[in-house]
Design a protein around this ligand. Structure first.
Ligand code: LLP
Length: 456
């Protein structure tokens, strides 16, 4: 699936999603605009749940909010029985604001702060995926004198190489995530957790990367993790109740692009867990998967308006749009390739090779390099599919650009789920000249006296 399930052309040749022409949405909400199709979000959530429940009844799906944490969408996912994986105090807060029970959340991250851990414990977090020894120390201090018990998974670095972009690979030994099994550090951490009152080690987690297309890497990860689990059971008596192989299901970004077959992978992962547990005499754990991109990616379409068109004869034609790397950093950061179509008219005609550039002051701000597109004119609307994941969630205010609005469409209705930022929003955190009397700090003594600023 490249486009949302409801995408079609109306009799005027305009692209319609969720029963609404993108032209109408652009006129009403402006551009750049991120359009999310409710049908597709719910469909993917149901697909994941059904696939895993069929293959492995004791399974749970949690959405990796880093892909795009809109409280409105998180709430929809909860209705579909999907929990939430958060990686920061901010995401935890957003999940709680969305009405997600903390018990349905898993807290990830390789450098959780004391404050974030405290917030998670106070909220009653369902699971913390412990990443390192310092985190165990922090949890130990936070739990001292409390009666709370926190359920934790240990994040393992399984030493498995997944074939994906080097920047989104996490399972190799040389990674900042998790504790390596092969160096013995993971076992030390198990002992440390067991010796910490208030921590309940319920199982293990390993996320090997994102945008993956080979289930064999998961099967190997499951084997490696179960080997470790069996060894910890024998030496420390730890029964693994939960096993989480992370997220990472790849999606299509271009026409005919490959996508991970969710149902097949669910069956393969389930088989690997079953046979792996049987071979090692372990009882079957709960299986927790954490898809992000594969739930929200195809549901989101980015909509831009074409501005300047520049021909450099014999070299290149640049078509500039009103967004770019500030709302979608992926082409610049990973060399990610996208598709595009004209949304306001049929957009037929002989195709030519053009480069679709963003509007930011950076030569690398190119959304589509060497794309084959029909002729584009100023004021045309360009729609890019598969833009739901890791776009708005990684957006910046580079060049002090207000970040785009997001709408959720369904059955001919559009709901604004994030309003467009205004110039005032962009400057909201700046202390303007003349307003800085309270923030001037002359020396260290004054800094101490000004400590109350932290709390305000
Ligand atoms: N679980 C953990 C522990 C993760 O670190 C991640 C993603 C996921 C689940 C979800 O993975 P997904 O199903 O979305 O592949 N910004 C990059 C992707 C970074 C992925 C970070 N971790 C990109 O745009 O490709």
């Amino acid at each position: 699936m490249l486009w949302p399930l409801t995408a079609q052309r109306n009799p005027d040749g305009q692209l319609v999603i969720g029963g609404i022409a993108l032209t109408a949405l652009a006129d009403h909400f402006g551009t750049p605009l991120y359009v999310f199709d409710e049908t597709t979000v719910r469909h993917q959530a149901r697909r994941f749940r059904r696939a895993f429940e069929t293959a492995y009844p004791r399974s749970r799906v949690v959405y990796a909010g880093k892909a795009y944490l809109s409280p409105a969408i998180a709430a929809l996912l909860l209705e579909e029985g999907v929990g939430l994986d958060v990686v920061s105090g901010g995401e935890l807060y957003a999940g709680l604001q969305a009405g997600i029970p903390a018990s349905a959340m898993t807290f990830h991250g390789n450098n959780k702060s004391e404050q974030e851990l405290r917030e998670a414990i106070d909220a009653g977090i369902g699971l913390i995926a412990v990443d390192n020894e310092r985190e165990i120390d922090l949890l130990s201090a936070l739990l001292a004198g409390r009666r709370a018990t926190v359920r934790v998974l240990l994040r393992l670095n399984p030493g498995v190489e997944a074939h994906t972009h080097v920047k989104i690979r996490t399972g190799v030994l040389d990674s900042k995530f998790g504790l390596p099994i092969q160096t013995g550090v993971a076992e030390t951490a198990v002992a440390q957790i067991l010796a910490t009152p208030g921590l309940d080690l319920v199982g293990y987690h390993a996320h090997i990367g994102s945008q993956l297309f080979e289930v064999a890497a998961y099967e190997e990860t499951i084997r490696v993790v179960l080997d470790f689990a069996a060894s910890m059971w024998h030496t420390h008596g730890v029964v693994p109740h939960v096993l989480s192989p992370g997220g990472g299901f790849g999606i299509a970004y271009e026409e005919g692009g490959e996508e991970a077959p969710i149902e097949e992978w669910a069956a393969s992962m389930a088989a690997a867990v079953r046979s792996g547990c049987e071979e090692r005499g372990l009882s079957l754990p709960e299986l927790v998967v954490e898809p992000g991109r594969s739930i929200i990616g195809a549901a989101g379409v980015a909509l831009y308006r074409v501005g300047a068109v520049k021909d450099i004869p014999g070299v290149r034609r640049y078509v500039s749009v009103d967004g770019g790397m500030a709302d979608n950093i992926r082409p610049t950061l990973y060399g990610a390739r996208y598709a595009a179509t004209i949304a306001n008219r049929p957009g037929e005609g002989p195709e030519a090779i053009v480069t679709v550039a963003g509007k930011f002051c950076e030569s690398g701000d190119l959304l589509l390099s060497d794309a084959s597109l029909p002729p584009l004119d100023t004021a045309d609307l360009l729609a890019l599919p598969a833009c739901g994941a890791y776009t708005l969630s990684m957006a910046s205010n580079y060049n002090l650009a207000p970040r785009p609005a997001a709408v959720l469409v369904n059955n001919g209705r559009a709901r604004l789920i994030r309003r467009r930022e205004r110039y005032e929003d962009v400057l909201a955190m700046d202390i303007l000249p003349g307003q800085d009397a309270d923030t001037l700090v002359a020396d260290a003594t004054e800094i101490a006296a000004l400590a109350h600023f932290d709390a305000t």
